[in-house]
Design a binder for this molecule. Sequence first.
Ligand code: MLT
Length: 235
Amino acid sequence: MRIDVAFTPAEVKGAVGRRAVVVIDVLRATSSMVEALVNGARSILPAAGVDEAVRKADELGRDSVLLCGERDAEPIRGFHLGNSPAAFTSAVVADRTLIMTTTNGTNAVLAGSAGSACLIGSLLNARAVAQRITELDDDVLLLCAGREGRFALEDALCAGRIARYVREFGSTATGNDALTATLRLSRTAPTGQTLARTAAGRRLDEIGRRDDIAYCAQENRHDAVPFLDEHRIRL
Ligand code: MLT
């Protein structure tokens, strides 16, 4: 097994290859996706932009879906939900189809859809993702969403945690220098304080959503591993 890490989708543009892809956007898209599906959301349709999200909602029937996501970390006007994982409670999302568009995360999922499998990874389900990777026994790309096209420390830390768990499960997987770097970065689980010092964390603090940071830092809160099936993310 080979595990490579990409810090942004641009690094592997059009070259995801026939590998299992794990999409990582810790603050907050993949964390929210995990939380929503664990809480009973039927599926999540990732949309590249707001117009596409609204178009999908019209096609499916506005009353039957929940529009969610953010732009510059703030909820999108007219959408039902923003991108705070704690807001995706079972009372709100159970049995509902979500249409999600975010600044970085949903586009990373769309980039990862070219892989032989496309899994949704976060700190919330890091060990479960590592277990699934081990079972697949395929080459893997840990695809970080990054932030505005650049390296995002929180995503790299999460990639390192997933890779560490794969190693703990007995794999001797090797990979690129980015894998080596993320393994070095993630000897211990990142804390909320660590995430708060990232660019994404500072932005969330700036808009009064510091609670989201601590929520997204909860390693192994869930055992579920959502995956992209056709055009829908589900369990
Ligand atoms: C992202 O797409 O990077 C995140 O959704 C940003 C956020 O939630 O603020």
